[in-house]
Design a binder for this molecule. Structure first.
Ligand code: CAA
Length: 703
């Protein structure tokens, strides 16, 4: 963990104006040393006769982005942020917040406790606490409705959306938008204000009590309809905003405090905070000590199918220039249609203006000439999953790509080191594994083989981050890491489900149990969506482990031509306008015959059995990847599962869930299941070690 700077707050002076300057890189989080520093500087300025007004400002790229989230699981230390905000508001001299960058959460609450707000033109403001399963706990729920009214306040708090400085000025959140130099203009403004103006005394938005209550009631009904009657933080936010009207501010603040405390200790908030830090930890690659990412301005993508087009769209969205290469004219036209259709949909949904769509497309070069990749800083092959095809293409890419370019393969499970070798430039070659739809799915696995240079790895990481993706490193070495992290776990997940299918469960029961747990789709819905032939082809290539139980059901389906959505039939039938599909009775019949043929007497699985077995399989596969050194830390596995596979974010991820159950209980449950299929249920050595040492996966998380 980073050490807090010794003096994170300084008191400066410009004439009769004192500046309380926060300097706590990287994001000026309001940890205890900052709160103490602000309180001390404020008190000193208040005691100083030569000071008429006080500005709270921040150095660096941003005004505070909130409370220090890392402190939420520690014993509270005074002054709390709420106490500090009350101190600011009760100051006898005018206090002005000078806002730049992103004033978020507790940062914006501090600004709202000040008497006046001046903001840089480019600043943005928001209360994103809900995304962490909590609510603004330093007066935000009481002060924001007073400043901008209940409806807008609820909008901001229930979406976490940020507003620009311009909008903030329009709605009454800031008093002045600086034209040029924020600090200079804030000082000028401070010398014009005569007296404190506490936000708690703003009454304009409280005068129409009936209108206020109607807005609150409507929002409460909407939250319940959309999120259910147990949506903890959203409903608490609505209650607190109601209290802002009904109660004196001191009591409203107490209501807010106890709501905050209830939310911050909830499992949901712990899960969401874990997910937040897991994403950031995953981006810490060891190669950062040796190399910096090279700038990627143009990316070339070979293969304009679903995956290649998706990567192209993601790159265009991030402002990069793209060369997309297809085999022939027909391929070029289909890729153009696919990308064009995406932009049309985005414009129709109001996500993009026509001008923005047209501007993005001017950065796209579509061609069937491979030699045009020569200007690209990064070249990604995204053709079909066939070793010969990819190896030959990569060899050609190496001929045309400039010598400094990084070459990436989007393979899901082929031998990465051998593909890198095929380029003749293995040090420049890396795995970049996107997940469909690549323009939307947040996960990218960076496959690192032993000959890859630190420079290539860091450039691939920088590119993934520039696309706004959560990048996770998968170390592919000595025969380990085939399938990286995500697909290796998915395989175990599917295998656990297939065993239950063969032993008595139905596809829709398994899918339903996993949806109930929080996945958007169950494993058989995903299989139907991906196409059963893809996994079938992979199974044909993979040697079978002698102690693995083999379930032939999916193979039999492919042999019947039931490939999923693409053939209209899979585990579900998609004809007749059923978008989600209805259970395929022929599959159920085939499964029954299959069981009879193997002499299996079907048994019942409860939804809980299904969920437990699948989670055990996921956790055990994750532990195996840790032992093999493919995944660096348990939280990387959580990030992969949350972003790539829809594991419910509010649970943090499977390894966090495993810690709640404890590794020793998991190991003992696995030992009961082991005889059924030792290859799946045999406890991974890391799990056994944690169980023996009475440790948790969290103990292995390093940053
Ligand atoms: N507390 C502690 N650390 C924080 C933090 C916070 N509120 N916000 C960011 N950080 C850390 C990150 O973990 C990261 O640390 P490492 O370098 O060690 O990984 C570092 O600051 C930089 O963050 P990012 O990598 O995310 O930088 P970015 O430029 O991509 O994004 C950001 C910046 C938009 C501010 C993003 O970090 C963010 O969304 N932060 C969280 C904001 C938030 O949720 N604020 C509300 C906090 S809760 C609150 O304030 C409750 C209250 O009412 C009392």
């Amino acid at each position: 963990m980073k050490q807090a700077p010794k003096h994170p707050v300084r008191l400066e002076r410009q004439g009769n104006v004192a500046l309380v300057v926060i300097d706590n890189p990287p994001v000026n989080a309001l940890g205890v040393s900052v709160r103490l520093g602000i309180a001390a500087a404020l008190n000193a300025a208040l005691a100083d006769d030569k000071t008429d007004a006080i500005i709270i400002a921040a150095n660096g790229r941003t005004f505070p982005v909130g409370a220090d989230i890392r402190e939420f699981d520690m014993a509270p230390q005074e002054p709390s942020l709420g106490q500090l905000c009350s101190l600011v508001e009760s100051a006898r001299k005018p206090v002005i917040a000078a806002i730049q960058g992103t004033a978020l959460g507790g940062g914006l609450e501090l600004a709202m406790a000040a008497h006046y707000r001046v903001s840089a033109k480019t600043a943005r403001m928001g209360l994103p606490e809900l995304l962490l399963g909590i609510l603004p706990g330093a007066g935000g729920t009481q002060r924001l409705p007073r400043l901008i009214g209940p409806e807008l306040a609820l909008d901001m708090m229930l979406t976490g959306n940020q507003v620009s400085a311009e909008i903030a000025a329009e709605i009454g959140l800031v008093d002045l938008v600086a034209e040029d130099d924020l600090r200079v203009e804030a000082v000028t403004y401070a010398s014009t204000v005569k007296k404190p103006r506490p936000t708690s005394e703003h009454r304009a938005h409280l005068l129409d009590g009936a209108g206020y209550m109607a807005a609150v009631a409507a929002r409460r009904a909407r939250v319940k309809a959309e999120l259910g009657a147990n949506a903890l933080a959203p409903l608490k936010i609505v209650n607190c905003v109601e209290s802002a009207l009904l109660l004196p501010i001191e009591t409203g603040l107490q209501v807010e405090r106890s709501a905050f405390e209830e939310c911050v200790t909830s499992r949901e908030s712990k899960g969401l905070r874990h997910a937040f830090f897991a994403e950031r930890a995953a981006a810490k690659f060891p190669e950062a000590a040796e190399a910096k990412p090279a700038q990627v301005e143009r990316v070339a993508i070979i293969g304009g199918g679903l995956m290649g087009s998706g990567i192209a769209i993601a790159a265009l969205q991030s402002g990069l220039a793209v060369t997309l290469v297809e085999l022939d004219e027909h391929g070029v036209n289909s890729a153009l249609e696919r990308i064009g259709a995406h932009y049309e949909r985005s414009i129709a949904k109001g996500r993009l203006s026509e001008a923005q769509g047209a501007a993005a497309l001017t950065h796209l070069q579509l061609t069937n000439k491979l030699d045009l990749i020569g200007e690209a800083d990064l070249v990604i092959e995204a053709v079909a999953e066939n070793f010969e095809l990819k190896a030959n293409l990569l060899a050609d890419i190496a001929v045309f790509a400039k010598s400094e370019a990084v070459i990436a393969t989007n393979t899901s499970y082929l031998d990465l080191a051998a593909l890198a070798e095929a380029t003749g430039r293995p040090e420049d070659t890396i795995g970049l594994h996107f997940f469909a739809p690549a323009q939307a799915n947040k996960l990218v696995e960076v496959g690192v083989h032993d000959d890859a240079s630190a420079q290539a790895v860091m450039t691939a990481l920088g590119f993934a981050r520039a696309l706004g993706k959560t990048a996770v490193r998968a170390h592919v070495h000595n025969g380990f890491g085939e399938g990286y992290i995500g697909n290796s776990i998915l395989e175990a997940y599917r295998h656990a489900a297939d065993i239950m299918l063969e032993d008595g469960a139905t596809p829709s029961q398994i899918d339903g149990a996993m949806r109930e747990f929080g996945f958007r789709l169950g494993p058989y819905q995903i299989a139907d969506m991906s196409g059963l032939d893809i996994a079938y082809a992979r199974r044909q290539l993979k040697p079978r482990s002698p102690d693995a139980r083999y379930v032939e059901i999916a193979d039999k389906m492919v042999e019947q031509g039931w490939l999923g959505q693409k053939s209209g039939r899979g585990y579900y039938i998609y004809t007749g306008g059923h978008h989600m599909g209805v259970p395929n009775g022929d599959v159920l019949k085939m499964i029954a015959e299959h069981r009879a043929h193997k002499g299996i007497v079907p048994r019942k699985f409860s939804d809980r059995d299904i969920r437990d077995r699948i989670l055990l399989a996921i956790v055990n596969a994750g532990a195996r990847l840790l032992g093999e050194g493919v995944a660096a830390r348990p939280s990387d596995i959580d990030a992969v599962m949350v972003h790539g596979f829809g594991y419910p974010r509010s649970r943090g991820g499977p390894m966090m869930d495993a810690d709640a159950t404890t590794p020793s209980i998991i190991a003992s449950r696995l030992s009961v299941l082991a005889p059924e299929d030792p290859s799946l249920w045999g406890a991974a050595p890391v799990l056994t070690m944690l169980a023996n040492e009475r440790q948790k996966f969290a103990d292995l998380n390093t940053v």
